[in-house]
Write a protein of this length. Structure first.
Length: 209
């Protein structure tokens, strides 16, 4: 069974609280999303394998640890997931970036795919799917479905805020996917928005309504 990790780091919690504020403007919201993504990526990649290599420091020869093993791929769910990518690439600049485009049907609340473009070697990479909100879980489950169909096996899901319903849906559909969450909220409302949440993350990142 995969793990579900809810971050309790004070910096992450503080920045998420600023993002919840309805008076936070889009520019600051985007900056906060980038900063939270950087902090979360630090933890999400904690178990990356390393190997010992020999090099010369300015003082003497040394045996040091460097990353080894699988390379990484970041897969944002369009469009709101794009708000995480720049911050993650600052931490792991060698990662490749794919995209999965989904929107939620306003009547059925089910995800509808409109775009999917992934790295050709996705089957050889550790994949981190990112989306600020894990509400019903429909988009997350669909995105994992897509990347698995393209050969990915080592998959994690990273989000800003999650509802219990979304966590349960993703765990049930994909029990092998680790879930990393900055904040776990109370519930979904009748419109399938997270409560207390922060509103529509895509609108707040890009300044649209």
């Amino acid at each position: 069974m995969a793990k579900v990790m809810v971050f309790d780091h004070p910096l992450i919690q503080h920045k998420v609280s600023l993002m919840r504020d309805k008076n936070t403007p889009s520019k600051e919201f985007r900056n906060l999303a980038r900063e939270v993504a950087m902090l979360m990526t630090y933890e999400v990649t904690r178990d990356l394998p390393t190997e010992e290599v020999d090099l010369e420091t300015p003082i003497c020869p040394a045996r040091v640890k460097m990353l080894a093993g699988k390379k990484l791929a970041i897969i944002p769910i369009l469009r709101a997931g794009l708000g995480f990518v720049d911050g993650m690439l600052e931490i792991i600049p060698s990662a490749k970036v794919g995209h999965v485009g989904l929107y939620r049907d306003p009547d059925t609340k089910e995800p509808v795919e409109y775009y999917c473009k992934l790295p050709e070697d996705i089957d050889k990479r550790r994949v981190i799917i990112v989306d600020p909100m894990l509400a019903t879980g429909g988009s997350a489950v669909a995105a994992v479905d897509f990347v698995k169909k393209n050969g990915a096996k080592d998959i994690s899901f990273m989000c800003l805020i999650a509802a219990p319903e979304g966590i349960e849906a993703l765990e049930t559909a994909h029990p092998d996917v680790n879930i990393f969450i900055a904040a776990k909220d109370e519930k979904l409302n009748e419109n399938a928005y997270i409560v207390p949440g922060l509103g529509d993350a895509g609108d707040r990142i890009f300044g649209t309504k």
